[in-house]
Design a protein around this ligand. Structure first.
Ligand code: SF4
Ligand code: SF4
Length: 341
C-alpha cells in the first residue's frame, strides 16, 4: 500500500528570505527558558516610525520574503496592527505574529484573518506541563485566545519548544491541536540561549535532549500529527551519513533584527556581540572585525561551527575521535504532511 504521508527536508531556498523582527523585548511572561537576553538585545521598544523604516529597509518585493513579528511579546506593542498593514503594502509575502497567547491590545479586532497568521507558543498539552515552564494560568489564557482566533477565521499555528522537561508529553499535542482547530504544528528544539544558557545553575544541562531521545520521539509524533491532518515542521538537528551539510548563513537570507539595531544571520549567535549588521540611521551597515559571518565558511567534521563553539556539550565522539553525528544547521527543517490525492 503506498505511504500517504510525505516527510521531506525543506532545502534552503536561494531566492527566499526570512525576516525575524523583534519590535520590543518586553514581555508579560517570564518563561524559564526565555531566549531574550537584555544585555545583548536591549530593553527598548521601537517607535512606530522606526518599525516602518526598518520594514522598508528589509522589503524586497522581487523576492519571496516571509516576515515574523517577535518580541518579547509583540502584541504588547500598540503599533503592531499598523505594522502588519504596512508590511502587506510593502510586499512581504507572508506575515506571522509569534505570540505567547495573550493577544494584548485587542489584536483580533484590529487585523483581519487575511492580514497575518497567528503562531501561539505552548510547551505542554496541559497546565500541569505547560505552566511550570511558561507561568501560572498561561495554558488556559493561551488556549482560550487560540480558540477565539480560530472561531474568527484566523490561520493558527502552535510552536512547542522541546526540552528534557517536556519531551515525554509531546505525544499528547497532536490530539489537543486538532481539537482546538489548529492547522500547523511547529516543533522546536530548545536553544541554549538567554536564560537557558545561564551559567549560574545547571539549567542548560537539565534541558538538553540526546540524539536518541530526539529521534525516538519527534519523527513519530510528527507522523501521528500528520495522520490527524496537521501540517508539521520540525528541525532536522542531526544529519544522516549521506546528507550534505549546508550553513544557512552562506546559502540563505535570514535576518534576526533586535530593537537595539543588531541584525544577526544565525540565531545561535544572538547571545554574543558578533552580529553581522547594525542598523544605523535606518541603514543596514555590514560590520567588520569579529562577526558571525567570518565563522560560517569554516568546515568542520561536526557540521555546524557555531554549535561546536557555543554548545560543545551537545556533541558526542567515537573512540577514534570522529563525531557520532553531524549537527545540521539549526535553520534546516523537516516537513511531515499528508499527501492529498
Ligand atoms: S513569551 Fe517569549 S519573550 Fe516572553 S518570557 Fe516567554 S519566551 Fe520570553
Ligand atoms: S546554525 Fe550553524 S549552520 Fe546554521 S547558520 Fe548558524 S552557524 Fe551556520
Amino acid at each position: 500500500m503506498p505511504n500517504p504521508f510525505q516527510q521531506r527536508t525543506i532545502a534552503f531556498q536561494r531566492n527566499e528570505r526570512n525576516v525575524f523582527f523583534h519590535i520590543l523585548t518586553a514581555c508579560n511572561l517570564s518563561c524559564r527558558h526565555c531566549y531574550i537576553n537584555p544585555e545583548q538585545h536591549g530593553t527598548g521598544t521601537l517607535p512606530e516610525e522606526t518599525i516602518f523604516a526598518w520594514l522598508k529597509l528589509f522589503a524586497a518585493p522581487d523576492k519571496k520574503t516571509n516576515l515574523i513579528f517577535l518580541g518579547g511579546e509583540p502584541t504588547l506593542h500598540p503599533a503592531l496592527p499598523n505594522a502588519i498593514k504596512k508590511a502587506r503594502k510593502l510586499g512581504y509575502q507572508s506575515i506571522t505574529v509569534d505570540t505567547n497567547g495573550y493577544l494584548h491590545n485587542n489584536l483580533l479586532h484590529k487585523i483581519s484573518p487575511a492580514d497575518a497568521v497567528l503562531s501561539f507558543s505552548l510547551d505542554g498539552p496541559s497546565p500541569e506541563i505547560n505552566d511550570p515552564l511558561r507561568g501560572q494560568g498561561v495554558f488556559a489564557a493561551c488556549t482560550e485566545n487560540l480558540a477565539k482566533a480560530v472561531s474568527m477565521g484566523f490561520e493558527v499555528s502552535v510552536i512547542y519548544t522541546v526540552s528534557a522537561l517536556n519531551i515525554e508529553h509531546l505525544a499528547a499535542m497532536p490530539r489537543l491541536l486538532t481539537d482546538l482547530g489548529v492547522n500547523h504544528f511547529f516543533i522546536q528544539v530548545i536553544g541554549l540561549r538567554g536564560k537557558s544558557a545561564a551559567p549560574s545553575d545547571n539549567f542548560s544541562q537539565t534541558l538538553q535532549i540526546s540524539h536518541d531521545q530526539w529521534l525516538n520521539t519527534v519523527p513519530k509524533v510528527a507522523l501521528d500529527a500528520a495522520e490527524l491532518g496537521l501540517h508539521v515542521i520540525f528541525p532536522k538537528v542531526f544529519l544522516g551519513p549521506d546528507e550534505p551539510f549546508e550553513c544557512a548563513g552562506l546559502v540563505a537570507e535570514n535576518f534576526f533584527i533586535f530593537p537595539n539595531g543588531r541584525v544577526y544571520c544565525c540565531p545561535l549567535c544572538e547571545d554574543y556581540p558578533i552580529h553581522s549588521y547594525q542598523i544605523e540611521n535606518n541603514a543596514l551597515i555590514l560590520r567588520s572585525g569579529l562577526i558571525e559571518k567570518n565563522f560560517f565558511p569554516i568546515a568542520i567534521p561536526e557540521g555546524c561551527i557555531m554549535n561546536k563553539l557555543l554548545q560543545p556539550g551537545s556533541l558526542n565522539y567515537q573512540e577514534n575521535g570522529k563525531p557520532c553525528h553531524l549537527i545540521s544547521c539549526c535553520l534546516l527543517k523537516q516537513e511531515m504532511t499528508r499527501i492529498e490525492k
